[in-house]
Every structure is written in structure tokens, then in C-alpha cells.
Design a protein around this ligand. Structure first.
Ligand code: EPZ
Length: 427
């Protein structure tokens, strides 16, 4: 297994290209199941999770062709064609490696009239139930069966009637599954308290490009008029707001001056607002954002929330940055029950952080020193990289396969702006 070795202290400066959004791509790819025509996605990030999802598509008989892109380029153009599906089952050995596979349930059900997906199970940050995915599909007229660790959704003969569903909890994935089922239902469906994340808007924009009829895109009450069939499309994946926010924190903790080329500021308003309150200078323009940190960092109190609130996926990265703030910050994690896996590792680097339930109290400024640390989940791993960039000495981060799931060519991007970081094979 590879590891990353970082020697801290370099001030980052220069431009980092922002890749296509992992969490948008993972819901755009299964849309290919909704049409017999080719679906071409541009700006697909080169990530382990995306490769895994492409492989899952081939299990159903979907053809996947990766268009030419120079090896040095970031991102790919991939054409999917689901003209003839040979299976509607997502097997355990694939789903267990990538829980986002549950996102084939809605579109497969809509297209084939039934879908069987291995239960995804939990992960490091929580038990990650899928009850809301299933309740939404039942509200549209599906029958749900659970057996031998698999969930099977069955539509009535003639297809899903459609219906109304009011989400008791905002759920990104459940909203995505519901949308991808409703677009081919026989009638009109309404979703209340739906997630409003930019990735949901990206999904709605693709579905509309394929011929779907969706009202109130970007709002929490969505109306979907079912279509008989959808067409293929060519669509560019939105920029990754969490990747951009992560590199913004990396620039800031080093007192750097970095441009995030391709970042969409309006998708990351809550993160940029938090960073401005910490004392970071942020300049936005239509093609990206500039991040400049020169003065002292100020402590702030942060609480994660569904969009447009502060993204839970940015909590760990901001916590690393706040280790260097001059004072005490309080971070509240309201979305997942176990999203402080980075705290023990940051503490080994010299951070002073106390956790009480879903609240973390960060005392700064900490003199961070390099250490051997272990990545646990995707965003926790990034928080260790951010801390290492400002730590005295050398940090080794092991189990970086967690990072490769969500950050495209991470060390190359950080090397572009002067970080002393290298990937080495683990001895
Ligand atoms: C998506 O996960 C993202 N993953 C996560 O990013 C992100 O943290 C999360 O949304 C919140 O923004 C992808 O898009 C692939 P949820 P998802 O359903 O859809 C509860 C990353 O680092 N819930 O919005 O699984 C759930 O337990 C990943 O890129 C139910 O109770 O998140 C959680 O407390 C990590 N029942 C809350 O809702 C359900 O059926 C929000 O989860 C579904 C969810």
C-alpha cells in the first residue's frame, strides 16, 4: 500500500486545477440506466470510486468507453451506453467497496421494473442507513423486499405510478435515488424537504438535458413530471466544491496565496464565509477563487448542516486549519454520528482538541509536529495532509487509498503549488 510523505513549512503559491465533483459524478453515472441512448460525461475525475462505479455499470451490460485524454490531463470523457441491460443486480463484492452503488436502485427500478442491490452497510463515519431511499421508492409505488443482505425494489406492472414523499431528514443520496426513479414514473411526483446540495442541482440539470421535466430545481420542494422515455446527452460534471475547499484550507494553513482554477464560489459560499471569518482573504471570479492568508488566523465556531449550511465534508479540513487559529474554536457535527476520526491523529501531531459527543473544542495555536499517522476516512485523511503541510518536520500518512477515492492526483496538485510531498510505496 502506498503512503504519502510530507515535509511541512512550505508556503503554497500558484494555481491548482479543480477536478470534476466526485459526489456529482457518482449520481450522474447511474443516469445512463435511464436511457437506451449514449450518455457522455465530460470532466469525470480520475478516482478510485469513479473507476469502481464504471466497473459496476459493466456488470449490468452497460458499455463504457473512455475517450482519449492525454495522461497528463486531469479528468476524462466517458461514454456510457445502456441500450441492452443484462442484469439488474448490484452484487455484494462490488457494493461493499463503494457504498454509493446504492444509487443504482432508483434508476434501475425505473428502467427495468425491478432492481436488487446488496445492502451497502456502514462506514467509518456512521452506520449510513438507507431507510429513506426505500421509503421514497415505496411512496412512488414500489414494493421493497429484503433478504440475504440484499434489498430488492419491484415496480407494479406498467411501471411506477409516482407519488409524494416528505423527507423527515434531509438526505442527499435518498433525494438522488428518488429523482432518478420519478423521472420515468407514469405520473407526477413531489418531494418535500429534498436535499439542495449543488450535486442535486447537477443531477437535475443532467436529467432535464435528457428530457426530464423537473420544477423548482435547487429548492427543497421538487416536482417531477414522469416521462415515457429519456434521451441520451453530453454533460459536463460540475467542479468539486469539497476538493476546492480542501485545497483552500491547505493554502491558508501555510500562509499561502493559491488560485483554485475552475472552483465555483457560489457552490461553496458557507465554506468561504467561514474562511473569511477566520481571516483568510478570498477573491471570487467566474473562473475560480483566489485564497490568500497573510495575517493571524482567528478562532470561529462552526456547525455543519445540509446545504446551504456548512458542508459536513468540510468539517475535518477546517478543524485542521483552526488548530493554528489564535484562540478556541468549537465545531459541531450535526450530520454524521462519528465524524471526528481525524481528532486522535491530529492530536498526535500536537493539536489540542477535546471532543464531547458531536462537539469538538479546538485550542490554538498548536505547534504542529510531523508524525506517522493513519488515514481513516476520506475527509479525515485530507485533514491530516493539511495539518502536515504546516507541521514542523516530516509526516507519513498511511492507508492513503482512502484519499485516492476522492482526491484526483492529490500529491501532483500540491506539488504544483510548492508542497514538499511525495507518494512512496509502503515498505
Ligand atoms: C452524501 O452521502 C455524500 N456522498 C457524503 O460525502 C456527504 O457527507 C453526505 O451526502 C452529506 O452531505 C455522496 O454523495 C456519494 P445523506 P449520503 O443521505 O447521501 C441519514 C464524502 O466524503 N440518512 O445526506 O450517504 C444519514 O445517516 C462523502 O464525499 C438516514 O437516516 O448522505 C446521515 O445522518 C461522505 N437514512 C444524514 O441522513 C437514509 O436513508 C445525511 O446523510 C439516508 C440518510
Amino acid at each position: 500500500m502506498d503512503k504519502l510523505v510530507i515535509r511541512g513549512g512550505n508556503r503554497l503559491s500558484g494555481t491548482i486545477p479543480v477536478s470534476g465533483a466526485k459526489n456529482a459524478a457518482l449520481t450522474l453515472i447511474p443516469c445512463t440506466l435511464l436511457t437506451e441512448e449514449p450518455l457522455t460525461l465530460r470532466n469525470l475525475p480520475r478516482l478510485a470510486d469513479i473507476d469502481g462505479f464504471q466497473h459496476l455499470m459493466t456488470q449490468f451490460g452497460v458499455s463504457v468507453s473512455i475517450q482519449g485524454k492525454r495522461p497528463e490531463d486531469f479528468g476524462r470523457v466517458v461514454t456510457f451506453e445502456a441500450s441492452r441491460l443484462t442484469s439488474s443486480v448490484a452484487p455484494y463484492d462490488l457494493v461493499r467497496k463503494m457504498r454509493a452503488s446504492i444509487l443504482v436502485l432508483g434508476p434501475m427500478l425505473a428502467r427495468m421494473g425491478e432492481a436488487t442491490v446488496s445492502m451497502p452497510g456502514g462506514c467509518a463515519i456512521g452506520n449510513r442507513p438507507i431507510d429513506l431511499h426505500l421509503k421514497a421508492l415505496e411512496a412512488f409505488g414500489a414494493t421493497i423486499e429484503m433478504a440475504q443482505g440484499y434489498v430488492k425494489a419491484i415496480a407494479p406492472d406498467g411501471g411506477l405510478p409516482g407519488g409524494d414523499f416528505d423527507f423527515p431528514v434531509v438526505s442527499v443520496g435518498a433525494t438522488e435515488n428518488a429523482l432518478m426513479a420519478a423521472v420515468l414514473a407514469n405520473g407526477t411526483s413531489r418531494l418535500f424537504n429534498a436535499a439542495r446540495e449543488p450535486e442535486i442541482v447537477d443531477l437535475c440539470n443532467l436529467l432535464v438535458a435528457m428530457g426530464a421535466e423537473i420544477e423548482n430545481i435547487g429548492q427543497s420542494d421538487l416536482v417531477i413530471h414522469g416521462a415515457k422515455r429519456l434521451n441520451g446527452a453530453t454533460y459536463k460534471v460540475m467542479p468539486d466544491r469539497i476538493e476546492a475547499g480542501s485545497y483552500a484550507c491547505a493554502a491558508a494553513i501555510t500562509g499561502g496565496d493559491v488560485r483554485l482554477e475552475g472552483a465555483k464560489a457560489s457552490d461553496m459560499a458557507s465554506t468561504l464565509h467561514a474562511m473569511r471569518n477566520i481571516g483568510i482573504e478570498i477573491d471570487e471570479d467566474p473562473k475560480g477563487i483566489n485564497v490568500r492568508a497573510s495575517g493571524a488566523l482567528k478562532p470561529v465556531n462552526l456547525t455543519t448542516a445540509p446545504f446551504p449550511g456548512l458542508a459536513t465534508d468540510m468539517q475535518a479540513q477546517l478543524m485542521s486549519l483552526l488548530c493554528k487559529a489564535e484562540g478556541t474554536s468549537v465545531l459541531k457535527e450535526t450530520i454524521f454520528e462519528n465524524r471526528f476520526m481525524h481528532v486522535p491523529e491530529l492530536s498526535r501531531m500536537g493539536a489540542t482538541i477535546e471532543t464531547e459527543g458531536r462537539t469538538a473544542i479546538v485550542k490554538g495555536p498548536a505547534d504542529l509536529t510531523g508524525a506517522e499517522v493513519m488515514a481513516t476516512d476520506l475527509r479525515a485523511s485530507m485533514s491530516l495532509i493539511i495539518a502536515a503541510l504546516a507541521a514542523e518536520g516530516e509526516t507519513t500518512v498511511r492507508r492513503i487509498y482512502h484519499l485516492d477515492r476522492g482526491y484526483e492526483r492529490l500529491e501532483e496538485k500540491l506539488q504544483l503549488v510548492g508542497a514538499d510531498i511525495e507518494r512512496v510505496g509502503d515498505d
